[in-house]
Design a protein around this ligand. Structure first.
Ligand SMILES: C[S@@+](CC[C@H](N)C(=O)[O-])C[C@H]1O[C@@H](n2cnc3c(N)ncnc32)[C@H](O)[C@@H]1O
Length: 268
């Protein structure tokens, strides 16, 4: 753990209560978590062992989507909201491997992600990275801060991976997507993943209830139909909205369906 005791972000950490960014890092096999995070992580795993596959498949989806965007699609700007703790192959690393001039802005509201943000700011000299400590609901701040690094008159890939499930009100979640996508031009993209009780996720009901009683922030699942609404007005790329593990899987993988929808869409 990074020790910066006394700093304002450390004062916000609240190690006694499990936080999503840290438990997600635990499921991913990372090292940035406290006992309370590990305890909740283990209890959820006991009720819903697939959670580990969900976390890993979600990150693998990120790698394939960003690789496609920076490669064939030629996108050079990324706005990654709900970044999570740094792990292997963060968005800027994948994008800048393909196109070193890529510019990435990360956004999260978790204080430990802020503490570790410098690990996300290791840009190539040709490109740029920045980190914004903000709530996803505060799209005005996100866009204002992002504009210091990104040219919002040019296409941007907006990434909302595993985050809108923490915005419990669907209309509010839709307004976040609209607020961000309205601010970027034609040729921009939306990449999104979201947990569901479909696709074999029925067993997640108990685990989510447990999460909401013992951890923060509270979570909700959505149906495929509800998640499809986030893409209204956008053109879904093949294969559409699917288990994110089945979105253009690598040829050498034998992916199994998991209860996390994922899709990539282009703004016409
Ligand atoms: C499940 S993790 C996903 C991390 C990463 N996007 C990925 O796909 O691996 C969700 C992240 O969203 C962040 N988050 C949750 N609610 C948020 C909010 N209202 N505003 C900003 N970030 C939020 C959490 O702190 C956490 O880092």
């Amino acid at each position: 753990m990074d020790d910066r005791s006394g700093s304002p972000e450390v004062a916000r950490l609240n190690p006694g209560v499990a936080h999503n960014a840290r438990v997600w890092n635990y499921w991913l096999g990372g090292k940035d978590h406290y006992p309370a995070d590990r305890e909740v992580g283990e209890r959820v795993f006991g009720m819903f062992p697939n959670i580990v596959h969900v976390a890993r498949a979600d990150r693998a989806f990120l790698g394939r989507v960003v690789g496609h965007l920076a490669g064939e699609a030629g996108v050079r700007q990324f706005l990654d909201v709900g970044t999570g703790l740094p792990t292997v192959d963060n968005t800027h690393e994948v994008a800048q491997r393909v196109a070193p001039e890529s510019r990435i802005v990360y956004v999260d509201n978790d204080p430990l992600v802020l503490v570790h943000a410098r690990a996300l700011l290791t840009s190539t000299p040709e490109g740029a990275t920045d980190y914004v400590d903000a709530d996803a609901r505060d799209t005005a701040t996100i866009l204002r801060e992002a504009a210091r690094t990104l040219d919002l008159t040019k296409p941007v890939a907006v990434m909302l991976l595993g985050i809108l499930n923490f915005v419990l009100d669907t209309e509010e979640a839709l307004s976040i997507v609209r607020g961000l996508m309205d601010a970027v031009p034609s040729g921009s993209y939306l990449a999104l993943t979201h947990p569901t009780l479909e696709l074999g996720g029925e067993a997640n009901v108990e685990a989510m209830r447990f999460w909401n009683e013992h951890a923060t922030p509270p979570i909700t699942a959505r149906t495929g139909e509800e998640i499809a609404r986030f893409f209204d007005g956008l053109e879904l790329l093949d294969p559409g909205l699917v288990s994110c593990s089945l979105w253009r899987p690598d040829l050498l993988e034998s992916p199994v369906q998991i209860s996390q929808y994922g899709a990539l869409a282009r703004k016409p």
